[in-house]
Design a protein around this ligand. Sequence first.
Ligand code: SF4
Ligand code: SF4
Ligand code: SF4
Length: 314
Amino acid sequence: MKMIARIKAIPNGQKYRYTLIMASCTLFFSPFLFLPGLVDNPDLCGKVCIRRFYLFFPGITPADVASKMQVASIGVYILSMILITTFFFGRMWCGYICPVGGFPELISRTFSDRWKIEYRALPQVPIRYGYFSVYIALMPMLGISACTLCNFITIPRIFDALSGNPKGLAFALSAVGLVNLALLFLLGFFATKGRAYCQLLCPIGAIDGLVNRLGAKLRFTRRIRVERNRCTGCNICARSCMTGSIQMVGRVAVVDQLSCMSCHECVDVCDWGAIDWRSAPLDKDPKRKKKGIDFYPQPQWQAVYTAALRKGKR
Ligand code: SF4
Ligand code: SF4
Ligand code: SF4
Protein backbone atom coordinates (compact mmCIF):
# COMPACT_ATOMS: atom_id res chain seq x y z
CA MET A 1 0.00 0.00 0.00
CA LYS A 2 2.83 2.36 0.86
CA MET A 3 4.35 1.76 -2.56
CA ILE A 4 1.03 2.62 -4.26
CA ALA A 5 0.86 5.82 -2.19
CA ARG A 6 4.41 6.67 -3.24
CA ILE A 7 3.57 6.09 -6.92
CA LYS A 8 0.42 8.25 -6.60
CA ALA A 9 2.49 11.06 -5.09
CA ILE A 10 4.73 11.24 -8.18
CA PRO A 11 3.94 14.41 -10.18
CA ASN A 12 2.22 13.68 -13.51
CA GLY A 13 5.12 15.04 -15.56
CA GLN A 14 7.44 12.59 -13.87
CA LYS A 15 5.06 9.69 -14.56
CA TYR A 16 5.41 10.43 -18.30
CA ARG A 17 9.18 10.53 -17.90
CA TYR A 18 9.19 7.14 -16.16
CA THR A 19 6.98 5.73 -18.92
CA LEU A 20 9.55 6.87 -21.48
CA ILE A 21 12.38 5.28 -19.50
CA MET A 22 10.46 1.97 -19.28
CA ALA A 23 9.83 2.09 -23.04
CA SER A 24 13.52 2.77 -23.52
CA CYS A 25 14.47 -0.32 -21.43
CA THR A 26 12.28 -2.37 -23.79
CA LEU A 27 13.90 -0.85 -26.87
CA PHE A 28 17.50 -1.24 -25.71
CA PHE A 29 17.58 -4.41 -23.57
CA SER A 30 16.77 -8.14 -23.77
CA PRO A 31 14.58 -9.90 -24.59
CA PHE A 32 13.49 -7.53 -27.39
CA LEU A 33 16.73 -5.60 -28.07
CA PHE A 34 14.93 -3.63 -30.79
CA LEU A 35 17.45 -0.82 -31.26
CA PRO A 36 20.77 -2.73 -30.91
CA GLY A 37 19.08 -5.39 -33.09
CA LEU A 38 18.69 -2.85 -35.91
CA VAL A 39 22.48 -2.85 -36.25
CA ASP A 40 22.90 -6.58 -35.47
CA ASN A 41 24.40 -5.94 -32.02
CA PRO A 42 23.52 -8.07 -28.97
CA ASP A 43 24.01 -5.30 -26.34
CA LEU A 44 25.34 -1.75 -25.81
CA CYS A 45 28.99 -2.80 -26.37
CA GLY A 46 31.10 -3.13 -29.53
CA LYS A 47 30.02 -0.92 -32.39
CA VAL A 48 27.30 0.70 -30.22
CA CYS A 49 29.68 1.57 -27.33
CA ILE A 50 29.66 5.31 -26.50
CA ARG A 51 32.29 5.12 -23.76
CA ARG A 52 35.57 3.95 -25.22
CA PHE A 53 36.50 5.53 -28.54
CA TYR A 54 37.82 8.75 -26.94
CA LEU A 55 40.16 7.10 -24.42
CA PHE A 56 43.70 8.47 -24.46
CA PHE A 57 46.89 6.46 -24.12
CA PRO A 58 50.56 7.51 -24.52
CA GLY A 59 51.71 7.47 -28.14
CA ILE A 60 48.17 7.55 -29.53
CA THR A 61 48.11 8.56 -33.22
CA PRO A 62 45.33 9.98 -35.42
CA ALA A 63 45.23 6.55 -37.12
CA ASP A 64 44.51 4.93 -33.71
CA VAL A 65 41.70 7.40 -33.07
CA ALA A 66 40.23 6.75 -36.52
CA SER A 67 40.41 3.00 -35.97
CA LYS A 68 38.71 3.25 -32.54
CA MET A 69 35.98 5.41 -34.07
CA GLN A 70 35.51 2.86 -36.82
CA VAL A 71 35.12 0.01 -34.30
CA ALA A 72 32.46 2.01 -32.39
CA SER A 73 30.98 3.64 -35.51
CA ILE A 74 27.36 3.63 -34.28
CA GLY A 75 28.48 4.78 -30.82
CA VAL A 76 30.20 7.82 -32.38
CA TYR A 77 26.99 8.71 -34.18
CA ILE A 78 24.83 8.21 -31.05
CA LEU A 79 27.13 10.31 -28.86
CA SER A 80 27.16 13.12 -31.45
CA MET A 81 23.35 13.14 -31.52
CA ILE A 82 23.18 13.17 -27.70
CA LEU A 83 25.57 16.13 -27.47
CA ILE A 84 23.86 18.18 -30.21
CA THR A 85 20.48 17.68 -28.51
CA THR A 86 21.99 18.62 -25.15
CA PHE A 87 23.49 21.82 -26.52
CA PHE A 88 20.11 23.13 -27.69
CA PHE A 89 17.61 21.52 -25.30
CA GLY A 90 19.47 20.31 -22.19
CA ARG A 91 20.22 16.73 -21.19
CA MET A 92 17.23 14.99 -22.78
CA TRP A 93 19.12 11.72 -23.25
CA CYS A 94 20.10 11.44 -19.59
CA GLY A 95 16.83 12.63 -18.12
CA TYR A 96 14.31 10.94 -20.42
CA ILE A 97 15.86 8.17 -22.51
CA CYS A 98 19.03 6.56 -21.17
CA PRO A 99 17.89 3.20 -19.79
CA VAL A 100 21.22 2.75 -17.99
CA GLY A 101 20.66 5.80 -15.78
CA GLY A 102 16.87 5.53 -15.77
CA PHE A 103 16.47 1.89 -14.69
CA PRO A 104 18.27 2.28 -11.31
CA GLU A 105 16.27 5.47 -10.72
CA LEU A 106 12.99 3.62 -11.26
CA ILE A 107 14.01 0.76 -8.94
CA SER A 108 15.33 3.15 -6.29
CA ARG A 109 12.11 5.15 -6.26
CA THR A 110 10.12 2.05 -5.28
CA PHE A 111 12.05 1.69 -1.97
CA SER A 112 11.63 3.76 1.13
CA ASP A 113 14.28 6.49 1.55
CA ARG A 114 15.14 4.90 4.92
CA TRP A 115 17.14 2.22 3.07
CA LYS A 116 19.05 4.58 0.84
CA ILE A 117 22.39 6.32 0.90
CA GLU A 118 22.36 10.07 0.34
CA TYR A 119 25.08 11.03 -2.17
CA ARG A 120 23.56 14.24 -3.47
CA ALA A 121 25.36 16.48 -0.97
CA LEU A 122 28.81 15.25 -2.06
CA PRO A 123 30.98 17.66 -4.08
CA GLN A 124 29.89 15.85 -7.22
CA VAL A 125 31.57 18.07 -9.82
CA PRO A 126 35.17 17.57 -8.53
CA ILE A 127 34.52 13.84 -8.01
CA ARG A 128 32.98 13.40 -11.47
CA TYR A 129 35.67 15.25 -13.39
CA GLY A 130 38.44 13.81 -11.20
CA TYR A 131 37.24 10.30 -11.99
CA PHE A 132 36.70 11.27 -15.64
CA SER A 133 40.38 12.29 -15.95
CA VAL A 134 41.41 8.99 -14.37
CA TYR A 135 39.05 7.10 -16.68
CA ILE A 136 40.12 8.81 -19.86
CA ALA A 137 43.90 8.86 -19.33
CA LEU A 138 45.21 7.02 -16.26
CA MET A 139 43.22 3.79 -16.55
CA PRO A 140 44.22 3.16 -20.22
CA MET A 141 47.84 3.99 -19.31
CA LEU A 142 47.77 1.42 -16.50
CA GLY A 143 46.08 -1.12 -18.76
CA ILE A 144 42.82 -1.11 -16.74
CA SER A 145 39.86 -1.81 -18.98
CA ALA A 146 37.22 0.91 -19.45
CA CYS A 147 34.66 -1.87 -18.87
CA THR A 148 35.76 -2.34 -15.24
CA LEU A 149 33.16 0.02 -13.76
CA CYS A 150 30.52 0.18 -16.49
CA ASN A 151 26.77 0.21 -15.98
CA PHE A 152 26.38 -0.03 -19.77
CA ILE A 153 27.42 -3.68 -19.45
CA THR A 154 25.89 -4.48 -16.08
CA ILE A 155 22.29 -3.44 -16.67
CA PRO A 156 21.93 -5.09 -20.10
CA ARG A 157 23.38 -8.29 -18.53
CA ILE A 158 20.75 -8.19 -15.77
CA PHE A 159 18.07 -8.10 -18.46
CA ASP A 160 19.90 -10.92 -20.30
CA ALA A 161 19.84 -13.02 -17.12
CA LEU A 162 16.14 -12.28 -16.55
CA SER A 163 15.43 -13.29 -20.17
CA GLY A 164 17.17 -16.64 -19.67
CA ASN A 165 20.30 -15.76 -21.65
CA PRO A 166 23.26 -17.62 -19.99
CA LYS A 167 25.55 -14.68 -20.87
CA GLY A 168 23.83 -12.66 -18.13
CA LEU A 169 24.35 -15.27 -15.41
CA ALA A 170 27.99 -15.85 -16.45
CA PHE A 171 28.63 -12.10 -16.13
CA ALA A 172 26.99 -11.91 -12.68
CA LEU A 173 29.26 -14.71 -11.42
CA SER A 174 32.50 -13.24 -12.82
CA ALA A 175 34.79 -10.94 -10.76
CA VAL A 176 34.08 -7.92 -13.00
CA GLY A 177 30.37 -8.73 -12.86
CA LEU A 178 30.34 -8.83 -9.05
CA VAL A 179 32.17 -5.49 -8.77
CA ASN A 180 29.78 -3.89 -11.26
CA LEU A 181 26.72 -5.34 -9.53
CA ALA A 182 27.93 -4.01 -6.16
CA LEU A 183 28.37 -0.62 -7.81
CA LEU A 184 24.87 -0.76 -9.29
CA PHE A 185 23.32 -1.56 -5.91
CA LEU A 186 25.30 1.06 -3.98
CA LEU A 187 25.17 3.91 -6.51
CA GLY A 188 21.86 3.02 -8.13
CA PHE A 189 19.19 0.94 -6.43
CA PHE A 190 20.11 2.05 -2.88
CA ALA A 191 21.05 5.65 -3.65
CA THR A 192 18.53 8.39 -2.90
CA LYS A 193 16.76 9.05 -6.25
CA GLY A 194 18.96 6.36 -7.86
CA ARG A 195 21.27 8.63 -9.87
CA ALA A 196 24.56 8.52 -7.92
CA TYR A 197 26.35 6.63 -10.73
CA CYS A 198 25.26 9.36 -13.15
CA GLN A 199 26.32 12.08 -10.70
CA LEU A 200 29.74 10.66 -9.92
CA LEU A 201 31.10 8.09 -12.38
CA CYS A 202 29.48 8.11 -15.81
CA PRO A 203 31.85 9.47 -18.49
CA ILE A 204 28.94 10.25 -20.82
CA GLY A 205 27.38 12.29 -18.03
CA ALA A 206 30.70 14.14 -17.58
CA ILE A 207 30.90 15.11 -21.27
CA ASP A 208 27.19 15.84 -21.50
CA GLY A 209 27.37 18.07 -18.40
CA LEU A 210 30.11 20.18 -20.02
CA VAL A 211 28.07 20.64 -23.19
CA ASN A 212 24.99 21.48 -21.08
CA ARG A 213 26.92 24.14 -19.19
CA LEU A 214 28.33 25.57 -22.43
CA GLY A 215 24.91 25.86 -24.10
CA ALA A 216 23.38 27.35 -20.93
CA LYS A 217 25.35 30.56 -21.56
CA LEU A 218 23.16 31.32 -24.58
CA ARG A 219 19.75 32.88 -24.18
CA PHE A 220 18.01 30.99 -26.99
CA THR A 221 18.82 27.49 -25.71
CA ARG A 222 16.27 25.63 -23.59
CA ARG A 223 17.47 25.13 -20.02
CA ILE A 224 16.16 24.90 -16.50
CA ARG A 225 16.12 28.60 -15.58
CA VAL A 226 15.17 30.46 -12.42
CA GLU A 227 13.19 33.72 -12.29
CA ARG A 228 14.97 35.24 -9.32
CA ASN A 229 12.21 37.73 -8.48
CA ARG A 230 9.67 34.96 -8.07
CA CYS A 231 11.84 32.54 -6.09
CA THR A 232 11.07 32.46 -2.35
CA GLY A 233 14.04 30.26 -1.43
CA CYS A 234 11.65 27.62 -0.03
CA ASN A 235 14.14 24.86 -0.98
CA ILE A 236 11.42 22.43 -2.13
CA CYS A 237 12.96 22.11 -5.60
CA ALA A 238 16.40 21.38 -4.11
CA ARG A 239 14.99 18.58 -1.95
CA SER A 240 13.29 17.02 -5.00
CA CYS A 241 16.22 17.31 -7.40
CA MET A 242 17.48 13.84 -8.29
CA THR A 243 20.98 15.02 -9.05
CA GLY A 244 21.46 17.51 -6.20
CA SER A 245 21.89 20.29 -8.77
CA ILE A 246 20.06 23.07 -6.88
CA GLN A 247 21.47 25.19 -4.09
CA MET A 248 20.09 28.24 -2.37
CA VAL A 249 22.34 31.26 -2.74
CA GLY A 250 21.04 34.30 -0.88
CA ARG A 251 17.63 32.55 -0.57
CA VAL A 252 17.34 32.12 -4.34
CA ALA A 253 17.59 28.78 -6.19
CA VAL A 254 20.70 28.38 -8.34
CA VAL A 255 20.98 25.46 -10.80
CA ASP A 256 24.31 23.77 -11.48
CA GLN A 257 24.20 23.19 -15.25
CA LEU A 258 27.11 20.73 -15.04
CA SER A 259 24.80 18.34 -13.20
CA CYS A 260 21.18 19.21 -14.13
CA MET A 261 19.43 16.66 -16.38
CA SER A 262 16.40 18.79 -17.31
CA CYS A 263 14.15 16.17 -15.72
CA HIS A 264 11.58 18.88 -14.77
CA GLU A 265 10.92 17.57 -11.27
CA CYS A 266 11.86 20.96 -9.81
CA VAL A 267 9.40 22.59 -12.24
CA ASP A 268 6.66 20.17 -11.17
CA VAL A 269 7.07 20.91 -7.45
CA CYS A 270 7.54 24.71 -7.54
CA ASP A 271 4.19 26.33 -6.74
CA TRP A 272 5.64 29.79 -7.34
CA GLY A 273 6.33 29.32 -11.07
CA ALA A 274 9.89 30.41 -10.34
CA ILE A 275 11.74 27.64 -12.18
CA ASP A 276 11.08 26.40 -15.68
CA TRP A 277 12.59 24.65 -18.71
CA ARG A 278 12.71 27.49 -21.23
CA SER A 279 14.79 29.93 -23.22
CA ALA A 280 15.40 33.41 -21.81
CA PRO A 281 13.12 36.13 -23.25
CA LEU A 282 14.82 38.48 -25.66
CA ASP A 283 12.58 41.46 -24.74
CA LYS A 284 14.31 44.44 -23.18
CA ASP A 285 12.95 47.38 -21.26
CA PRO A 286 12.21 50.24 -23.73
CA LYS A 287 14.55 53.22 -23.65
CA ARG A 288 11.62 55.60 -23.13
CA LYS A 289 8.33 54.85 -21.38
CA LYS A 290 4.96 56.37 -22.31
CA LYS A 291 3.41 58.44 -19.55
CA GLY A 292 0.63 56.71 -17.61
CA ILE A 293 1.58 53.21 -18.78
CA ASP A 294 2.89 50.80 -16.16
CA PHE A 295 6.00 48.82 -17.02
CA TYR A 296 6.85 45.86 -14.87
CA PRO A 297 10.36 44.42 -14.64
CA GLN A 298 11.05 41.87 -17.39
CA PRO A 299 11.37 38.32 -16.05
CA GLN A 300 15.02 37.30 -16.11
CA TRP A 301 15.03 33.48 -16.27
CA GLN A 302 18.69 32.92 -15.44
CA ALA A 303 20.27 29.54 -16.23
CA VAL A 304 23.70 30.29 -14.82
CA TYR A 305 24.77 32.06 -11.64
CA THR A 306 27.04 34.69 -13.18
CA ALA A 307 29.62 37.04 -11.65
CA ALA A 308 27.16 39.93 -12.22
CA LEU A 309 24.51 38.17 -10.12
CA ARG A 310 27.11 37.48 -7.45
CA LYS A 311 27.76 41.23 -7.25
CA GLY A 312 24.02 41.86 -6.92
CA LYS A 313 23.48 43.10 -10.52
CA ARG A 314 20.78 41.52 -12.70
S1 SF4 B 1 24.88 10.06 -16.83
FE1 SF4 B 1 25.39 8.18 -18.01
S2 SF4 B 1 24.20 6.51 -17.11
FE2 SF4 B 1 23.37 8.46 -16.35
S3 SF4 B 1 21.70 8.87 -17.73
FE3 SF4 B 1 23.48 9.97 -18.56
S4 SF4 B 1 24.47 8.55 -20.00
FE4 SF4 B 1 22.99 7.37 -18.80
S1 SF4 C 1 12.49 27.78 -7.46
FE1 SF4 C 1 10.46 27.48 -6.54
S2 SF4 C 1 10.62 25.61 -5.29
FE2 SF4 C 1 12.71 26.34 -5.73
S3 SF4 C 1 13.29 27.60 -3.98
FE3 SF4 C 1 12.47 28.98 -5.56
S4 SF4 C 1 10.29 29.15 -5.07
FE4 SF4 C 1 11.05 27.37 -3.91
S1 SF4 D 1 17.59 21.01 -11.40
FE1 SF4 D 1 15.47 20.34 -11.86
S2 SF4 D 1 15.57 19.57 -13.95
FE2 SF4 D 1 17.68 19.69 -13.19
S3 SF4 D 1 18.07 17.62 -12.41
FE3 SF4 D 1 17.37 18.88 -10.66
S4 SF4 D 1 15.14 18.52 -10.59
FE4 SF4 D 1 15.86 17.80 -12.60
